[in-house]
Design a protein around this ligand. Structure first.
Ligand code: NAD
Ligand code: TYD
Length: 351
């Protein structure tokens, strides 16, 4: 199996690549990543040079480059993680979200069609369903799309394109919609790594609004195993919700982090709410549990002390990010980014 993973230098993509290269030692993975602010090859430092792994610097929205890559070699599957992924950034400027999440997905779909891939997996989000009230049942795959942020709207648009490419052209595409992830190598702008790293630095922990918004948390490895199952046994044209049934308010999460690190609650600082802030997400994952036998292994409350330790032990990793210096890794490994050819490859040549 030769898989094209896009966005593999980000949080979930890098965890997925590490997981797959360990679980399936004979699989080949090509990682196409633009290395935006969120793409960090340090996330994959232990994977680099492994047989079967190839990195390609590139943009999923670059039609010529994607066409050339898929024209040059056949991929059995494409798994599209590449995205602008942070809601707050989408509120400041939605344009890159449209370019990558919408146009980039369409470019990939077109290339997948021309390249005759056997599976196209669109890694989507529960945020496409919008927000739930306190007593509402969790989102099912049949819940209407009602995105509220520019990020969620761009992901919903991409989902509709994926659906259309399946219906119209018979592309064997599958959409997964997962809830909020936590785990190692998450960019410290997202709630959990931001709060852990701020607590470690004895900085204020900025809680939006009243802190009572609810998210449904899943460990990234459980998400990766779900995608693996969908890749192997999922049905084309289907949507699979992924969630571990772990609803917590933001305050619950922040307090648990402070407890795990032995830091005072006085670090909590209430800040103005996010515009259009979704109140509650909750996923009904019975479809993937019942049809593919997926079962999550982690519970956030039990795992938080271990996760906090991971960030404590990897302080050099996040400190370089917070200082904005992590990009140097690329320059050292691959030469100056600015001078890089449009398609610069590194790793074993698996063509
Ligand atoms: P991330 O922001 O950590 O990583 C995104 C990666 O995509 C980065 O490596 C970045 O360089 C790359 N990228 C961005 N634009 C690109 C482009 N035009 N071409 C090629 N690469 C590009 O994101 P993440 O948290 O790992 O999320 C991965 C995917 O999972 C996204 O599609 C996101 O919508 C989805 N998702 C995330 C969560 C979550 O909790 N993080 C939950 C559900 C779904
Ligand atoms: P985030 O990690 O940005 O994920 P998403 O908005 O995609 O669910 O935020 C998770 C929750 O935490 C969300 O309700 C917003 C809140 N939040 C804060 O209270 N403070 C922060 O500094 C951040 C980044 C998020």
């Amino acid at each position: 199996m030769h898989i094209l993973v896009t966005g593999g230098a980000g949080f979930i993509g890098s965890n997925f690549i590490r997981y797959i290269l360990t679980a399936h030692r004979d699989w080949l993975i090509t990682n196409l990543d633009k290395l935006t602010y969120a793409g960090n090859l340090e996330n994959l430092a232990d994977v680099e040079g492994r047989p079967g792994y190839t990195f390609v610097l590139g943009d999923i929205a670059d039609r010529a480059q994607v066409g050339e890559l898929l024209g040059k070699q056949h991929f059995d599957a494409i798994i599209n993680f590449a995205a602008e992924s942070h809601v707050d950034r989408s509120i400041l400027d939605a344009s890159p979200f449209i370019d990558t999440n919408v146009c980039g997905t369409q470019v990939l779909l077109e290339a997948a069609r021309a390249g005759g891939v056997s599976r196209f997996i669109q890694v989507s989000t529960d945020e496409v369903y919008g927000s739930l009230g306190p007593g509402d049942p969790p989102f099912t795959e049949e819940s209407p799309l009602a995105p509220n942020s520019p990020y969620a709207a761009s992901k919903a648009a991409a989902d509709l394109l994926v659906r259309a490419y399946h219906r119209t052209y018979g592309l064997p595409a599958i959409i997964t919609r997962c809830s909020n992830n936590y785990g190692p190598y998450q960019f410290p702008e997202k709630l959990i790594p931001l709060m852990i790293t701020n607590a470690l630095e004895n900085k204020p922990l900025p809680v939006y609004g009243d802190g009572l918004n609810i998210r449904d948390w899943i460990h990234v490895e459980d998400h990766c195993r779900a995608i693996e199952l969908v890749l192997l046994n999922g049905r084309p044209g289907e949507v699979y919700n992924i969630g571990a049934g772990c609803e917590l308010t933001n305050l619950d999460v922040v307090r648990a982090i402070l407890r795990a690190l032995g830091r005072p609650e006085s670090l909590i600082t209430y800040v103005p709410d996010r515009p259009g802030h979704d109140r509650r997400y909750a996923i009904d994952a019975s479809k993937i549990r019942n049809t593919l036998g997926w079962v999550p292994r982690y519970k956030l409350q039990e795992h938080l002390p271990e996760l906090a330790c991971w960030y404590q032990e990897h302080s050099a990793w996040w400190q370089r990010i917070k200082a904005g210096e992590y990009r140097r890794y690329y320059d050292v490994q691959y030469g100056q980014r600015a001078k890089a050819s449009p398609q610069q490859e590194k790793g074993s040549d698996s063509a």
